[in-house]
Design a protein around this ligand. Structure first.
Ligand code: S3P
Length: 441
């Protein structure tokens, strides 16, 4: 078996102009809703990463004609809400939690059965959070005894709307129920304990499907239709985050990130970095197909530790590996609480980041729901990313401030969200190389 390993030489700075790949969340939704629409949905800026490609392959396997991706362009000939057909085999969704949770809701409304499987990480992630409310809507879904995948979703069960108070702030749960709600009799209403990304709601509305939103509650009613639209996907702020942190911590950096998605449910990382003293300038703000977009110019700044406000946690949920690296370079202490969700992401991001930072000589203490980090010197060292794309990319950026080389193991999953990470990072000034090694050697 081979293993992808990054080696990053210490020091350097990030300069120039970079456009990171398309937003992963919006890419998934473009395939799902484009498939269920009437007409041809034309997508630009689609993320050609393994996660969104898994969604694309799954809908192709259910009979949807999808052309591309070709340089970020995809054309989906929608089959309408009732036009999907059973796949011949179980649908393998790789590492992608978004595919599995959103598709569970959508597939619960079909007339046929579907089996969803994933890799080792995805097969260990909690699925009861969607299965329980979907069952309350009338769905029949089998999980393992642990409430994990493989999931067998039995079609043909009539769904009815429910009123659901989500116990965790999760856009994946909310979206799964909204997609089931397309097929339900009556209204499905979901209340969230804190705002989470609202790309599903925006795209549904953009495709002409009525969605009611008020404060922390969103409602949808079955029985309407989706019309195909053109979708221009902005660069993923979650991928841009590594560069925001890299440029903020590396003296002499001055980097322009182009066409970044600035949906207010996603911009917590900018708020947190600015609280720490980061120099991030937002310009050229515009609306692209119902999603706000801007260019971000980030320059080196000396950072200070902060207590991260609880309200920002769901708005920066995927960015904490990068934010922890910023905290390691900040003067003073950074405290994160209320982020226990990080323990059930692609890896246990609290433990894996605390272990990696400790390896580099950083005082990082994992707590049940967050982390306490004291900024200071960063040594070189050898890090295990545990197959988590965002852990690998975060530690690559840490090398900009390290005193020795950082070697990062198990990096192949960077391809799930950011296939060009190494090339773009190298072009911006990171001394990074990637090699495929024989893991048994
Ligand atoms: C996502 C929602 C978030 C996020 C994930 C993508 C989405 O998960 O962590 O990477 O596209 O809806 P939760 O909603 O479970 O927090």
């Amino acid at each position: 078996m081979s293993e992808l390993r990054f080696r990053v030489k210490p020091g350097g700075r990030l300069t120039g102009e970079v456009r990171v790949p398309g937003d992963k969340s919006i890419s998934h939704r473009s395939i799902m809703l484009g498939s269920l629409a009437t007409g041809v949905t034309r997508v630009k800026g689609f993320l050609e990463g393994e996660d969104s490609l898994a969604t694309l392959a799954a809908f192709r396997a259910m009979g949807v004609a999808i052309e591309g991706p070709d340089n970020g362009t995809v054309e989906i000939t929608g089959v309408g809400l009732h036009g999907l057909r059973a796949a011949d085999e179980p649908l393998y969704l790789g590492n992608s939690g978004t595919s599995m949770r959103l598709m569970s809701g959508l597939l619960a409304g079909q007339s046929f059965d579907t089996t969803l499987t994933g890799d080792t990480s995805l097969s260990g992630r909690p699925m009861k959070r969607v299965v329980t409310p979907l069952s309350a809507m009338g769905a029949h879904i089998d999980t393992t005894l642990n409430g994990t995948a493989p999931l067998v979703i039995h079609g043909g069960s009539p769904l009815h709307g429910i009123e659901y108070d989500m116990p965790v702030a999760s856009a994946q749960v909310k979206s799964s129920l909204l997609l089931a709600g397309l097929y339900a009799d009556g209204r499905t209403c979901i209340s969230e304990p804190a705002p989470t990304r609202d790309h599903t709601e925006r795209m549904l509305s953009g495709m002409g499907y009525p969605v009611q939103r008020e404060d922390n509650r969103v409602c949808i009613e079955g029985g309407h239709a989706l019309s195909a639209i053109d979708i221009d996907i902005p660069a993923d702020i979650s991928s841009a985050a590594f560069y925001l942190v890299g440029a903020s911590i590396a003296p002499g950096s001055d980097l322009l990130l182009q066409h970044v998605g600035m949906n207010p449910t996603r911009t917590g990382v900018i708020d947190i970095l600015r609280m720490m003293g980061a120099d991030i300038e937002v310009s050229n703000e515009r609306d692209v197909g119902g999603e706000p977009v801007a260019d971000l110019r980030v320059k080196y700044a000396s950072l200070v530790g902060v207590e991260i406000p609880a309200a920002l946690v769901p708005l920066a949920i995927d960015e904490f590996p990068a934010i922890f690296v910023a905290a390691a370079c900040a003067e003073g202490q950074t405290v994160l609480t209320g982020a226990e969700e990080l323990r059930v992401k692609e890896s246990d991001r609290i433990q894996v980041m605390a272990d990696g930072l400790a390896t580099l000589g950083v005082a990082a203490e994992a707590t049940p729901d967050g982390m306490i980090i004291k900024g200071g010197a960063i040594d070189g060292g050898s890090i295990d990313s545990h197959g988590d794309h965002r852990i690998a990319m975060a530690f690559a950026m840490a090398a900009l401030r390290a005193h020795g080389e950082i070697e990062i193991h198990d990096c192949a999953n960077v391809n799930t969200s950011f296939p060009d990470f190494v090339a773009i990072a190298a072009q911006a000034g990171l001394s990074i190389s990637a090699s495929n090694l024989d893991a048994t050697a």
